[in-house]
Ligand binder design. Sequence first.
Ligand code: 9D3
Length: 245
Amino acid sequence: MRVDILTIFPRMFEGPLQESMMGRAQEKGILEVGITDIRDFAFDKHRCVDDYPFGGGPGMVMKAEPIFAALEYIRHCFHFPDMRTILLCPQGEVFTQAKARELAQLSHLVLICGHYEGIDERVRQKLVTDEISIGDYILTGGELPAMVVVDAVARLLPGVLGDVTSVNDESFSDGLLEYPQYTRPREYRGSVVPEVLLSGNHEEIRRWRRRESLKRTLLRRPELLERVRLSAEDIRFLEELREEK
Ligand code: 9D3
């Protein structure tokens, strides 16, 4: 997969993308990331990337021309069969694991990082295929959201994670929050590892973990339970928990 990121703060991407999983994905040639400075495509005297809003009002609006020029240059350089142009903006659809899975099927993503009070609407009309927000809180721009999207998508690309099973077993794939984990020592500052985990009884361990996952999900994210396929045992356990409260 190729990902191009259009930004007015290219240096924000210098650290995060080279580290960890995204770094390894690029080394392995599974992921290719290009950072484009939108200012390089502003050809006026002062290389302006924003301007005052027509109709007045506070703040600045990102100009259309440099973004069109940058995207046209990217299209000229790369001819992948399926490209999506994604605007990171507060008005976008909230990013989910399902969206990450959808994007991981594609061969070319172009991410445009929003800023200021907004972006010239003609960018949305003519260039953008998807608009994504990463949640209901206010950031200063779309750069961190773009990195979030690349991270979530990259780890789904075949070969990025060492072990294929680890993609499936986690929270949000089977739909429950993860159970508590422990490693050595058995006792730490007066707090002990649950006996069942030391028992070697794999069926008992599986049941304990499943119950802990259900308990955590019920307490912290009950809305997630509506989308999970529950076994008869799960339902029995949830009833027990609801009675306890
Ligand atoms: C004037 C009203 N604001 C919109 C709610 C303006 C505004 C606030 C913050 C415009 C841009 C921004 C910068 N944020 C992003 O570009 C952004 C974002 C976010 O703030 N939260 C969650 N996801 C995202 S994706 C891009």
